[in-house]
Design a protein around this ligand. Structure first.
Ligand code: XBP
Ligand code: MG
Length: 242
């Protein structure tokens, strides 16, 4: 069978395109303080909690861990409280990004530019909120970012969070390409499983929060995308066809 041509790159966002999780962690703690909660997520605890994809799901998971003894009288009220805390967190996160707390990871700006120039389709498949993608890429790339990443699937369009493959399956549908015509890029175990379950050959670039995750099934695990070229991506993609 004729090998497939590489036509699209699908990037995870947090921890892959940009180093965001320290700013997320600080924003969660600001939101807890603002809400009068005596919760504080230090780095070791946040590393564990990142096993749960999605900020709201993470808050709910932690609430169950620390307050499991208090029967939930009204699940609707609990959901509203979690939503309120998460909305606050997103506002704090946005401010931190605008103050320059988040950078694109090494090699990402150059690779995005060269992939765009090589007419590869670019997409994002993330469990974070759409405003978080926009605020980071607007400050890092400028308003053109939405022209460069033609497809963005996020928490608002794909409510079932990684490791569920929904966000990647929807990105493939909107790109109108087959999984074998793409490469996916991830930083976490949950993300890798979501991409693999969507049939995507996946490159993993771990970061300080995810180096201990299980990356079995990844096409390649590399420290970062520094110096990576479209040519090298095409070779990685071809090796997945063999
Ligand atoms: C990583 C996540 C997100 C962020 C926090 O997303 O799991 O939940 O940690 O962002 P990605 P929210 O799939 O891009 O690695 O609070 O908006 O969820
Ligand atoms: Mg990630």
């Amino acid at each position: 069978m004729k090998p497939e041509t590489l036509r699209a790159l699908i990037f995870d966002f947090d921890g892959t395109l940009a180093d965001t999780e320290s700013a997320h962690r600080a924003a969660f703690n600001d939101a807890f303080a603002e809400s009068g909660l005596d919760w504080h997520w230090d780095e070791p605890l946040y590393k564990q909690l990142l096993e749960v994809s999605g900020g709201k799901e993470r808050i709910l998971h932690y609430w169950g861990q620390v307050r499991g003894d208090i029967p939930v009288i009204d699940t609707g009220a609990l959901a509203d409280t979690v939503q309120r805390i998460h909305d606050l967190k997103t506002a704090f996160y946005e401010r931190k990004v605008q103050e320059g707390a988040v950078q694109l990871r090494p090699g990402v700006p150059h690779l995005i530019d060269s992939a765009f120039d090589a007419k590869l389709r670019l997409a994002i498949a993330t469990t974070t909120s759409p405003v978080n993608v926009a605020v980071v890429l607007r400050s890092a790339i400028g308003p053109d970012w939405a022209h460069i990443f033609q497809v963005v699937e996020d928490a608002s369009t794909a409510p079932r969070k990684k490791p569920h493959p929904q966000v990647y399956l929807q990105a493939l549908q909107r790109l109108r390409v087959r999984a074998a015509q793409c490469l996916a890029f991830e930083d976490s175990g949950n993300g890798l499983r979501a991409a693999i379950d969507a049939g995507l050959p996946t490159i993993v670039t771990p970061n300080a929060f995810t180096t201990h995750h299980d990356f079995a099934g990844a096409l390649h695990v590399v420290s970062d995308l520094q110096g990576k070229t479209v040519e090298e991506l095409r070779n990685w993609h071809a090796s997945a066809q063999r």
